[in-house]
Design a protein around this ligand. Structure first.
Ligand SMILES: Nc1ncnc2c1ncn2[C@@H]1O[C@H](COP(=O)(O)OP(=O)(O)OP(=O)(O)O)[C@@H](O)[C@H]1O
Ligand SMILES: [Mg+2]
Length: 355
């Protein structure tokens, strides 16, 4: 028996056996990385953050751990976000993070398998990504431990994960509002008709809040505090909520508390919200009238975690005169869409990027 096992293992090592590799859905977002497996569902959600020892270059912290110490780490640890505006900004940090997250979430399922089939990554890229950026992601995935890496356009996956029928004549408009980008796309019959990527995601909004507090209250806060404020108070409604924050006084550097209001946050982000609405209008202007007609029925589907912003759907709908529907699980739409496509080989073939 033992010799059969050894032989099988040898065969696998030398020939890779003719088994299909295990497909892993991979959504590396600017804020969150998510992995999914067909038979297990979403198996990982961790922040796209690493902590690097600046003296040795070694990566010491990954995901949740790295995000937890953001802004509080000692001088020799630098916290890096390896994705910016939904594309790789630090190749080595991306490889280290994905490799660690694979060990944590995917390998445990397959450790016990007698025959290793290899892993195939199915990951997304923004519609405006260049060939060089696409290759960089594929290389990073292979270096991190995948044997194969396939790419899909992000809005296709997000729309499918939001249960939008993307393979029909009826057009679909998806707006994926994440941390890095607001990605707008009109899809028909599995292909993108028009798209636009705005670098106005949640991370940019956090910076606007930081600047606003600086100017209005003379208050210096950490990036995490600015993000918390956005998530607690940002609403496109007449919310009167208040949230106390602590930071440093710009005047004397001493601790200072301020009661920030929802109307402060609306004011801080008003220009950005208008830029997003203008982006949607500009995209609509480029679409043929027949497609607009179809969109009047199907509307705009909101995905990405920023879609939880109260009143966002109504606000956009009033501005652009189309129905706007928030997806059921907007933050998981991309990963769910990749998983769904991977489980339907015929659909997958139609949307994979061949390069
Ligand atoms: N309850 C909430 N309501 C609104 N926004 C939220 C909420 N919780 C988190 N966010 C914000 O949503 C953003 C993260 O969204 P998401 O997880 O969709 O991004 P991502 O997929 O990592 O990024 P991207 O796809 O743009 O590269 C962050 O800016 C975060 O602060
Ligand atoms: Mg995303």
């Amino acid at each position: 028996m033992k010799s059969i096992v050894t032989k099988l293992k040898q065969l696998n090592l030398t020939t890779g056996l003719f088994l299909k590799p295990t497909a892993v859905a991979v959504d590396i977002g600017t804020a969150m990385t998510r992995f999914g497996l067909d038979e297990k569902g979403i198996v990982l959600r961790e922040p796209t953050f690493v902590g690097k020892n600046t003296r040795t270059g070694q990566i010491l912290f990954f995901g949740n751990e790295a995000k937890d110490i953001y802004g509080k780490s000692p001088e020799y640890v630098s916290i890096i976000k390896p994705f910016e505006n939904s594309i790789i900004s630090d190749f080595d940090a991306t490889v280290a993070l994905i490799s660690e997250l694979l060990k944590k979430s995917i390998y445990p399922y397959y450790r016990s398998h007698l025959i290793k089939k290899g892993l195939a990554a199915y990951a997304t890229v923004p519609t405006n990504s260049t060939e060089v950026e696409q290759r960089a992601l594929q290389e990073a995935l292979i270096k991190a431990g995948f044997q194969h890496a396939y790419l899909l356009e992000k809005p296709i996956a997000s729309a499918y994960g939001a249960d939008v029928p993307i393979f029909f004549y009826q057009p679909a408009f998806v707006m994926d509002f994440g941390a890095g980008t607001v990605e707008l796309a009109v899809i028909t019959m599995g292909g993108i008709v028009a798209s636009k990527v705005l670098k106005l995601g949640g991370d940019y909004m956090d910076k606007l809040i930081y600047n606003y507090l600086h100017l209005k209250y003379g208050l210096v806060v950490g990036e995490q505090t600015a993000e918390n404020l956005k998530n607690k108070l940002f609403a496109l409604t007449d919310s009167k909520e208040v949230f106390p924050v602590r930071g440093k006084s710009l005047e004397n550097g001493l601790p200072k508390s301020v009661r920030v209001t929802a109307s402060d946050i609306r004011e801080a982000l008003a220009v950005c919200v208008n830029q997003i609405v203008d982006g949607i209008k500009e995209l609509i202007e480029t679409i043929p009238p027949e497609i607009i007609d179809g969109l009047i029925k199907s509307g705009i589907v909101l995905t990405g975690k920023m879609a939880h912003t109260p009143g966002l759907d109504k606000y956009i709908s009033n501005e652009v005169k189309l129905p706007v529907i928030k997806a059921r699980k907007p933050e998981d739409a991309t990963i769910l869409g990749i998983m769904k496509l991977v489980s339907e080989p015929e659909s997958l073939k139609r949307v994979i990027i061949y390069s």
